[in-house]
Design a protein around this ligand. Structure first.
Ligand code: CA
Length: 224
């Protein structure tokens, strides 16, 4: 899951980014309101952690602007106790949850899990396509009773491909979702992970393959 953290207190944002990374989230951090709105508007995030008091533009303005644009990414507002009256406004503006600072990281992680479970695009722990299954919890790819465990990047790639069967996933979109907007990952890096996945599909003898659409990206395809 790709998370955008918009928080101007750098001690807090550094600590949160580290904890989220340790918990297998991919995190982009920005410290100013306008950047927060720009990044969030890219609509590549699975969840946004949004501070209210921010330089340049406050979190509630960002939230309203996102919802007006039709961006429905789940948002957890991070708020100082003194801003609690703003929370009511925040919920009206389209926030999904809030946490008053200081909060425990355990509570934040639990709220994030709860929110992702009830998210509109939640598709369950098992994704499938033809004879292929992928268990998001255990990161296991399965076919005909055999399973194989994937690495984190492979798991993120196959999850995106399985959630978007029937369409070509552009290479640059996959890179943004997995490595981040500011990443300098070369395109041939994603090709390495695609080739790992292909080897595993081959090993499982799956009837599903990853098709390369030259100059565009990748698509899952079943051959019968
Ligand atoms: Ca702040």
């Amino acid at each position: 899951m790709r998370i955008l953290l918009v928080e101007d207190e750098t001690a807090l944002s550094d600590a949160l980014a580290e904890i989220l990374t340790q918990n297998n989230y991919t995190v982009d951090v920005v410290h100013r309101g306008p950047e927060g709105l720009d990044y969030a508007s890219s609509d590549i995030y699975d969840m946004i952690l949004l501070d209210i008091m921010l330089p340049g533009m406050d979190g509630l303005t960002i939230l309203r602007s996102l919802r007006q644009k039709g961006i429905s990414t789940p948002v957890i507002l991070l708020t100082a106790k003194s801003e609690v009256p703003d929370i009511i406004t925040g919920l009206d503006a389209g926030s999904d949850d809030y946490l008053a600072k200081p909060f425990s990281t355990g509570e934040l992680l639990a709220r994030m899990r709860a929110l992702s479970r009830r998210g509109s695009n939640y598709t369950g722990e098992i994704l499938s396509f033809h004879d292929l299954t992928f268990n998001k919890g255990s990161m296991e790819l399965g076919c005909n009773g055999s399973t194989i465990r994937l690495g984190l990047k492979e798991a993120q790639l196959i999850e995106l491909l399985l959630k978007n069967t029937g369409q070509v996933m552009p290479k640059n979109l996959l890179i943004e979702k997995i490595w981040g907007i500011d990443s300098d990952t070369e395109y041939n890096n994603i090709e390495v992970y695609i080739s790992f996945l292909r080897q595993k599909l081959n090993f499982l003898d799956a009837s599903v393959q990853i098709k390369t659409i030259r100059g565009v990206g990748y698509q899952l395809e079943a051959y019968v």
